[in-house]
Design a protein around this ligand. Sequence first.
Ligand code: UTP
Length: 284
Amino acid sequence: MGTIRHCVVPAAGLGTRFLPATKVLPKEMLPVVDRPVIEWAIEEAMAAGALEMVLVIATGKELIQAHFERQPELEKVLEARGKKAELAAVRHSQDMAHIRYVLQEKPLGLGHAVLCAADVVGDNPFLCMLPDDLSHAEPPVLAQLRKAWDGVQSTVLALMRVSGDEISRYGCATVSESRGRLHRITGVVEKPKPEEAQSDLAIMGRYVLSPGIFDALRRTPAGEGGEIQLTDGIATLLGAGEEVWGLEFEGELLDVGTLDGWLTTNVRLAHELGRAPALRGALG
Ligand code: UTP
């Protein structure tokens, strides 16, 4: 097994929870304060030491690619007008990372999207993150997971405690031994019924995955809705005898994949970053 180089970002989903805004515009291109969601994700991956980004996209999501390409005409205009800060921002997005794109031809689920990155990642462990949540933590959530990986050298998932019936909206982890906030995972179930949930530990969209996940996903049958679930792939990995750990990360993940979450996160971050002074008055 090699070393971590890649961060895989599955971004081929349909974004049905955010229609009609996402009918044409990929949800990853919606702005949070001054930049699209996908830029926040890449910043977090870079902070966790990713050397190469692997964005899994679908047909119709080419705007994501365009955002990270050079826009010479725009640069020329900004240069001529002396708009230095704007020019730096435009150049930053094209220089911020080495990005490869992989096409998921059909929306066959998160597990299938991860599997689409297998050839690029090869036999190496890798970072993986869902851009639907923004890290609001120091160090960022993915960097916390990477540090935990350095200790255990096996798959690490992000865990968050949730209350009551909420666990039914997430993958749920059963754990045994604990080292502080790091727990050894013995079982995972996608969206359990509240009465069947074995714990209050929800699996969140940040992972360090061993390359064994690719074989596990190939052997994982499609579940609900014909989709291959990443959680089911992790269950297959556990069944094959691989160690899986879960880190109760510090800080928060802020939802930007639903209208409610996106609005709340925008208002909160704009306020915290001092980017919308008028909000102070408007919100009382
Ligand atoms: P979601 O479950 O949020 O699905 O996917 P979605 O299609 O993006 O959005 P909704 O639920 O319809 O509103 C979780 C993550 O997995 C990716 C998504 O892009 C998102 O990052 N995904 C999901 C894929 O890349 N391919 C898929 O087939 C499904």
